[in-house]
Every structure is written in C-alpha cells, then in structure tokens.
Design a protein around this ligand. Structure first.
Ligand SMILES: [Fe+2]
Length: 476
C-alpha cells in the first residue's frame, strides 16, 4: 500500500509540474522536499577539494548561464567572488580557505541567486572530524529522506556515499529522485560519492559525471576515483565498477604510500560500491579482494575501515588484519537478507536501512551504525598505533542483544579494532532481488518539467501507474 500511496502522490507531484514555468525537476517535488526558487535544477552542492583548504561548489541551471560563487567568512561583511565559464552544469573551486572556519556562500547564475548557505572547512590535523557513510539510496525516496533526516541530526562534516544513487543513473533521475531529498544537506555538507553499478547504467560522462564532484584540482580532468585529506584522515573513493583497472590500483597504492609517509595523516578510510566482503545477496567481490585487499591490509598502511554498499544490509566483517569491512547499503533500496557465505568473519549483520556515523579524534576512531529509527545497531572503535587505548563502545539500543561477536583485532594493520555493544539489527529484510544495473526506474519524477512541456492528465496518470509497476517489480 505504501507504494500505491506513493504512486498516487506522484500523480499529484507530476500534476504540479505541468503548466508551470520550468524551474527544473525539483519544482515538482517542492511539496515534499522544498528546493530553492529560481532557475536552479540542482544544487548548490558541495564537494571537498583535494586539499583541506579548498571546497568545490556545483549546481545546475536549465540552460547555459553564468557561474559565480560569492563567499565570505561568517561574521565578515564582504563577499569574495569566484567566477567561471557559462554552463548548464556549474562548477567553482574555492581555494586558499582557512582551516576549521565557517563560511557563508551563495551561487549566482545570471540574475538569479541562491539563498545564503554555510560550509565549514576541514579542521587542522588532530581536530575532531565527523563523517557519515551510507549508500544505495535508490528507489525509495521516502526511506532515503528518513535516512537523510537522521544523518543531518549527526551534523557531519562530510557525507560519503557508496553509490547506486538512483536506479538508472540518468541525469534526469538524479534531479527528480536524489536532489529533492538531499538538497538541504548537500548545500552545507560536502557529499562525496563513489559510483555504483546503477550509476554507470547510463553513460557516466553525460549523466553522473556532469553532476557529482570529485576531489581534484580545477585543471584536472574528472575521473571516477579520487582521494582527499581532511583533518588527520585521508579518504579514498574508488570505482569498483572497474576494480580490475591497473591505473586505479596504482592510484590506490600511491595514495596509501602518501598517507604512510605523512605523519599528520593518522587514518585512511577507503570506500567504494562492491564489497570486498559481504554476507549479503551479492556477496564477496573476488576482483576487489584480489586487486585492492592486499593493499588495504598491508601492515605498513593506515587503513582503519573500508566502507561499501551494493548489498542492501548493514554488516561488519573482519579478516583478522585490523581493517573493519563495513557494508552499509541501507539508504533506501529494498533490503536483502544475509547469510554466512563471506570469506571473512561476519561480526554483525542486520537487514535494515542504515547509515554509519564516524567520529575521528586524534588517533581514535569511533563508528556507530544506526537504523532508520535512529537506533544503534552496531558500534566499533579503532585506535591507531600510539593511541591511548581503546575507548568505550557506543551506547547500545535499549533492547540490545548479545549477538555481537568481538572482532579478532589484529595488530598487523597498525590499528586495533574493538567491537562495541551493538544491538539487534532487526529483521526488516526478506531478500529482495534488485540490483541489476540498467533496471530503469525513473520513480515518477518530474521529467515533464525537465522537458519543458505540459503533459496531458491521462499521460500523467499512465506514467504514474507505470512507475508504480516498475517499483513493484524492482521490489520482487
Ligand atoms: Fe549496486
């Protein structure tokens, strides 16, 4: 009934798209998830720059227009201005920012301006840093909105997303399904993605890559994998759709060596879509295991945790090498069940929508996984060598069970991993069968508005019914 109700709601939303001036796809979703007024089709959204003192700002307009970002330190009166070339998909690189400082900014295209938003630059190494990881938000905007609401309550400095943002990875689907849900958070918190298999179902260069920022210098070409440093941590985002790439393996090796040789970098977190180890329906990726895991588990490296999605569950696994393998594919897509098939030891598995909040202070890393009620389902800590010992686990949920098996905390990887007192994860899933790249599901968004034409009511109704049937099929 939820899907039917949603489809009927989509009829209302689609109807609201017709007969209106084109304000982008988001206009049709304003009733549910308000967007700013004006010609902006998405954004502004933030991306972490490749250095801690830079920030990337991206946004879209329905047609080519000017690119200007006005920004200033909060509390000051004069805006600085960064201009770029006229474009449909706008991108501006703000550099030379002051660490640990809150800025105000707005974007401008033509005569239209966004509201003023804020962002905060990375802290100096050692300063506290809060990061949230989640993924697989496709195909259920309502659940996605619930997860985003909970994520916002954690006030993260960065959100890391392991991809499968929408079902078919099309430009229009990102605008109609993703941004209406995330707009408010991505305007103030950098969202850094790794592409999932659904994100590459549509040609990335004309869809995914047009929209989503990657950490790079302004003059560098866009590529699907990247790394950036923030605080005392390096974050490496990989493209597991192409895990066999020798260039990408070389990139990973170089970044891990860089972190190893940088004393102020205490931790490395690596994230990508296809799990090296997972007890879920998709299971382990042998390619990721053979190409990347030896590097990730190299005792000389500083990898504390590896995050992935693809399986729509929460899980934490261990190979006994001091690296926590976390599967957090619970951003909205239909849930899967889990089993015992992984090559690694499953420390915790739960078929629930979820996200993981990571708090980093000095040599200590605390990670807490939450379900869609905001209840703790798991927690673990990592302490880098030379730290003052392991810290208390996160607070368990009131009905926390005892099914958490302690991680065999190896020491060869540098850090140590201790389990917390995570609670029972719930039994929400029944082993869905989604996940095929290329499954089209436009979710009944306002493509009508994007096309800049009015649509007859009958077409609207048929479109909504088709979306409903696709959604039902995707959930089988
Ligand atoms: Fe996937």
């Amino acid at each position: 009934m939820g899907s039917l109700r949603k489809s009927l709601f989509a009829v209302f939303l689609l109807a609201s798209c017709t007969g209106s001036e084109d304000t982008g796809v988001g206009a049709g979703r304003q009733a549910a998830y308000p967007l700013q007024a004006g010609p902006f089709t998405y954004g502004p959204m933030l991306g972490r720059g490749v250095t801690p003192t830079s920030m990337i700002v991206k946004w879209g307009t329905g047609s080519s227009a000017g690119t200007t970002v006005l920004y200033r330190q909060k509390g000051t009166t004069t805006f600085q201005q960064k201009d770029g070339a006229a474009a449909v998909d706008h991108e501006a690189y703000l550099t030379g920012l002051t660490p640990g400082t809150t800025y105000e900014y707005k974007v401008k295209s033509g005569s239209s301006e966004s509201p003023v938003y804020t962002f905060t630059t990375c802290p100096d190494p050692g300063g506290p840093l809060d990061v949230v990881f989640y993924g697989d938000s496709r195909s259920d905007e309502d659940m996605h909105a619930t997860i985003i609401r909970l994520i916002r309550e954690k006030s993260p400095d960065i959100v890391l997303d392991s991809g499968d943002v929408t079902a078919n990875g099309s430009y229009s689907s990102y605008l109609s399904e993703f941004f209406p849900v995330v707009q408010e958070i991505v305007a103030s918190v950098p969202l850094m993605l790794a592409p999932g298999n659904h994100d590459v179902a549509s040609t990335p260069s004309t869809n995914y890559a047009r929209i989503f920022p990657v950490a790079k210098n302004e003059s560098d070409p866009w590529r699907s994998y990247y790394a950036f440093t923030c605080g005392n941590s390096m974050f490496v985002s990989l493209d597991s759709n192409n895990a066999s790439s020798s260039e990408q393996r070389t990139f990973l090796a170089e970044k891990l060596a860089e972190a190893k040789n940088t004393p102020s970098t205490e931790h490395v977190f690596v994230y990508f879509h296809h799990s090296a180890y997972s007890p879920g329906r998709h299971g382990d990726s042998s390619t990721v295991q053979s190409k990347w895991v030896p590097l990730l588990e190299d005792p000389a490296h500083k990898v504390r945790a590896v995050f992935s999605g693809h399986d729509h569950i929460y899980a934490r696994l261990s190979t006994g090498k001091g690296v926590a393998y976390v599967v957090s594919g619970g951003g909205g897509a239909s849930l899967y069940s889990s089993d015992d098939s992984s090559d690694a030891e499953t420390v915790k598995a739960a078929s629930v929508n979820n996200f993981v909040a990571v708090h980093i202070t000095g040599k200590r890393v605390e990670a807490v996984a939450y379900d869609d009620k905001g209840t703790v389902i798991d927690s673990f800590q990592v302490t880098a060598p030379g730290g003052s010992g392991d810290i208390d686990a996160g607070s368990p949920r009131p009905d926390a069970g005892s099914d958490n098996n302690p991680v065999d905390a190896g020491t060869s990887g540098g850090g140590t991993v201790d389990s917390g007192n995570g609670g029972n994860g719930g039994n929400g899933g029944n082993g869905g069968s989604g996940g095929n790249a290329g499954d089209g599901d436009l979710e009944g968004g306002c493509q009508v508005s994007m096309a800049r034409r009015a649509t007859p009511p009958l077409v609207i109704l048929l479109g909504a019914l088709a979306a409903f049937l696709r959604r039902r099929r995707a959930r089988v």
